[in-house]
Design a binder for this molecule. Sequence first.
Ligand SMILES: Nc1ncnc2c1ncn2[C@@H]1O[C@H](COP(=O)(O)OP(=O)(O)OP(=O)(O)O)[C@@H](O)[C@H]1O
Ligand SMILES: O=P(O)(O)O[C@H]1[C@H](OP(=O)(O)O)[C@@H](OP(=O)(O)O)[C@@H](O)[C@@H](O)[C@@H]1OP(=O)(O)O
Ligand SMILES: [Mg+2]
Length: 290
Amino acid sequence: QPLAPQGPFDAIVHKLSDVIVEADEIPPLSFTLQTYVSTHPSTVLLDPLPAMTRLLDRFASYRIMSKLHNSLRDWRICSPPYLEVHRASDLPSIQQAVMAQGLSFPLICKTRVAHGSLSHEMSLIFSAGSLADIHPPCVLQSFVNHGAVLHKVFVVGDKHFCVERPSLKNFPSRKTIFFNSHQVSKPESSSDLTALDEQMPCLPPPSSQAVDALVRELRVQLGMALFGVDVIINIHTHTLTVIDINIFPGYEGVPQFFSSLLNHIESVLDKQTSTTSSLKTTTGGPPAGL
Ligand SMILES: Nc1ncnc2c1ncn2[C@@H]1O[C@H](COP(=O)(O)OP(=O)(O)OP(=O)(O)O)[C@@H](O)[C@H]1O
Ligand SMILES: O=P(O)(O)O[C@H]1[C@H](OP(=O)(O)O)[C@@H](OP(=O)(O)O)[C@@H](O)[C@@H](O)[C@@H]1OP(=O)(O)O
Ligand SMILES: [Mg+2]
């Protein structure tokens, strides 16, 4: 359906990540939406398409993650070392690149495309010889032992919420493990890949001030307000480690999600109204007759 006859819209909240990744329409829905917003500049798009589209590519989002340790140095926040593998090449070249990048085994192999059904197929690789199992384009990220607890930080505007989820446990060296991330870190996930033995000490949750600082920084870096950050705590160093960023996640386990979303929409629209009226004051408003 064309958008214009359905409007006017003050704001459009969208979750187009899957649609963009799996687009087979001409013109794609994202194009229709962007065209509408360009011709209706007072309509607010949550979140902006260019910012969101950038995060569909793990090469782009992991570069943003890798800069966090600089901007958030005071909080000892980091992300695991990783390597971008752009195309299939011979095993020795991949092994050499892994060594040169200083990556340590095991490595998690994730598809370059960050969203959509195929993007959750991953593998855990334990040795240089098993690098033959990867399917580029992909990222290879060092596995960080974290006691099998994932902290999902869900951001809605200027609020955020932390939810604990199961996560991959530490494995002794073995053959490559192929898994789907949704088997592992959904609220209902129950898997041998996450079941810890009882001697594993519990780690404290991430410091709330550090998470506040992380979210503040990412809002600016991403230019987005509806996103999720996946965080683990390194079992040896207790460092808060960012492993993934998600566009408009499911917010499962966040009871205040809907009211927070409404507050966010209201505050964006208030800002929009005050910008428009101050523009009218400074420019004297539209010329008479228009
Ligand atoms: N570097 C890492 N070290 C340790 N565990 C990791 C690492 N990266 C990912 N994992 C584990 O793998 C799971 C899936 O990783 P990731 O969040 O990147 O996948 P995803 O498909 O993008 O998932 P989602 O979209 O639900 O966030 C994590 O929840 C965590 O259990
Ligand atoms: O909502 P969708 O079905 O699109 O799935 C998204 C899923 O939300 P859900 O909770 O609603 O399943 C998110 O999980 P949480 O971080 O919130 O746990 C996260 O996995 C996204 O990456 C998924 O988007 P996809 O990568 O598949 O495009
Ligand atoms: Mg993700």
